[in-house]
Every structure is written in C-alpha cells, then in structure tokens.
Write a protein that binds this ligand. Structure first.
Ligand code: PEP
Ligand code: MN
Length: 343
C-alpha cells in the first residue's frame, strides 16, 4: 500500500501518519519528492486500515498494491487450477461444454436433453431445481424432485452435473445430488451462502453478479476458498448496461481479465449473457477465443414451451450447430473438446 500525502502537509502530520502505521504493526518507508511525501506501507494492511488512513487530513490518496483476493488471485507462479468432476477436467488442456435446460421440468425433458447434448459433445449437464425467478408467480422449480431427476440422469448418461443452490440451509442437500454447486448471479454476494458452499466439499461455480466489478466477483470466489474449498470456477454471465438489445451485456473482456488476475477456471455463459438464442453461438465462440476454459449454455427440447428462459435456449439442432463451430475455435486455441466415451 502506498500513501500519497497532500502538498504542504506539515512534518508533524507526516509523523502522525507514520505512528499510526507502526501502531498497526506495519513498517513505513518515506520517499521525499520535490513537492510532497509518499509513504510506502510494508506488510499486509487490512481493508479497514486502508480506509482509516484516508481520514488523515494530510492524506491525498491511498493506493493498493497487492490484490485483496489472496487465494483466488493469480499470485507468483501459481499454476492454473484444474478441477476434476467425473471424467471431466475443468481448467485443464481441453475446452469444457456444460449444457442443459434452464430449469428441470420433468424426468423425460431432462433425460432427452442429456442424451442429445452428450451426443453432440457436452460433458456436464446443467439444470435448475431451485430457480431464482424475478417474479414470485413464475415457475420456481421442482426442488428435491428435480434434484432426484438430475442424479438419475447423471447415472444413466455418465454426465457430471451442476445445479444452483440459493439457501445456505440447502447446501448439504443439494450437494448430495450434484457434482458442482452453482451460486447464481443474484446471490453472488450472499456471504452466508458462499461460506456454506465453501464447506460443502464439492466444486462451486460462482457467477458474476449483474453489477459486480471483476474484483468483487473474485472476492466472492475468495469467500468460498477461505472456507477451505479450493475448487472454484468463475462464470461470466453478462452485466447490466444501458443497452436493451440484449438481456445483459456479455463482458467478453472480463473473461480475459479474470484469466489474467486469477488461476481459477473461467466459464462463459452466453445464454444469460445475451438472452437471445441466436446470439448464444457467436458469444460462446468469442468466449473461447478470449481464453475461457469452457461454455455453459441452455438447451431445451422445445424452447417455445420452456418454463424458464425459452428465448435464450438452443434447440438440439442449434446446439449441434454451435458445437461444430466451437470445435473449430477450441482446436484453433489448442484446447480441443474431449468427448465422454459412450456409456
Ligand atoms: C441460470 O443459470 O439458470 C441462472 C439463473 O443464471 P444467472 O444466475 O446467471 O441469472
Ligand atoms: Mn436460466
């Protein structure tokens, strides 16, 4: 941390600042410029200490040097995190495709979708049993019945699974039925939920909040990791912007930024990122080209009948079409898709 003092700050004030630094158990190093004094703070100052230093009248600016996300940050020479679920490695040499319905609607719907996405080359099945719907009158999910279908279909197809959990009290139950827990965009700063997911013992995918900075998103991952769970996946799913031609604004640059700042795998979700089925393929390709470790997309046997997110769901044909293009981009990135062996 560096403290830039105001021009003309009296020496007594500089001494008071340095005394406060020492009282915190940190060291200070003074650099005397032509017009002002800069104080380097050596040690590991807390977030609160940074704020406290801004209170001194002689302080112009406090500049952070090291990132606040100690575990999620790239760090010196930290290797990329690879997360193994079933036969799939996320963040490994290959590109991973997660697909499935927004919401689990029936055993039949989930099984048919799982078979078709597997045929086309996906290796992880998604499907919500607890849904964070904007309206309380919209379909809220099949809850435990949906989780049971997810497990059943996973065993039948060999696909690993991911599903959302919305309440800390339900983390243990949901974790019994799935391979990966999803923290949804609306809950990305639900700190009790993040802590509970950190104690679940299974990998956790943390979505970026619609209004989260990249730093806040990484701090959400940090919450999970601070509970002793190193298996965290980041997911860019679009942010709020002024433009209304898409549901959200897919921040493709955030994929490259997150890959630079963190060692965690990054997935792009162009279904929620765009909200428009025909934009899913181009943004999926862009995400992989930007360095994402995989994509997550919504697929439905009949999007015109979907109980949630029909407008952004791919038909089986559209999914297969996307996969053909995705294979070519993944190959070009030297991160080919790996298909599961037929069950
Ligand atoms: C979802 O994946 O279906 C979902 C609700 O996503 P998000 O939290 O990104 O809106
Ligand atoms: Mn959805």
């Amino acid at each position: 941390m560096i403290i830039v003092t105001r021009i003309g700050t009296p020496a007594a004030e500089i001494t008071a600042i340095e005394d406060r630094i020492r009282n915190e158990g940190l060291k200070s190093h003074q650099i005397e410029g032509a017009n002002l004094v800069i104080i380097g703070v050596i040690g590991d100052p807390s977030e609160d200490f940074r704020d406290q230093m801004k209170v001194f009248p002689g302080v112009e600016r406090v500049v952070r040097i090291s990132a606040p996300y100690k575990l999620a940050g790239a760090g010196e020479g930290r290797p990329p995190t690879q997360i193994r679920v079933g036969d799939v490695t996320i963040g490994g040499e290959g590109t991973v495709v997660i697909a499935g319905p927004c919401t689990i609607e029936s055993r039949e719907q989930l099984l048919t979708t799982a078979e078709r996405i597997k045929q086309a080359g996906a290796t992880i099945l998604r499907g919500g049993a607890y849904k964070p719907r904007t309206s309380p009158y919209s379909f809220q999910g099949l809850e435990v019945e949906g989780l049971k279908y997810l497990k059943e279909v996973s065993l039948a197809t060999g696909l690993a699974t991911i599903t959302e959990v919305m309440e800390p009290e339900l983390v243990a139950t949901v974790a019994e039925y799935t391979d990966i827990l999803q923290i949804g965009a609306r809950n990305t700063q639900n700190f009790p939920l993040l802590k509970a997911a950190g104690k679940s013992g299974i990998p956790v995918m943390v979505k970026r909040g619609p209004a989260s900075t990249i730093s806040e998103w990484l701090m959400s991952a940090e919450y999970v990791m601070a509970e002793g769970n190193p298996d965290v996946i980041l997911c860019e799913r679009g942010i709020r912007s002024f433009d209304d031609s898409t549901r959200n604004t897919q921040d493709v640059a955030a994929v490259a930024v997150a890959k630079r700042l963190s060692h965690l795998p990054v997935i792009i979700d162009p279904s929620h990122g765009t909200g428009v089925w025909h934009l899913v393929e181009p943004l999926a390709l862009a995400g992989i080209a930007a360095g994402a470790d995989g994509v997550m997309v919504e697929v439905h046997p009949a999007p015109e009948l979907a109980l949630a997110d029909g407008a952004q769901s791919l038909t089986f044909e559209n999914f297969a079409h996307m996969m053909t293009a995705l294979r070519r981009v993944a190959d070009a990135m030297d991160r080919p898709l790996r298909q599961l062996q037929p069950a």
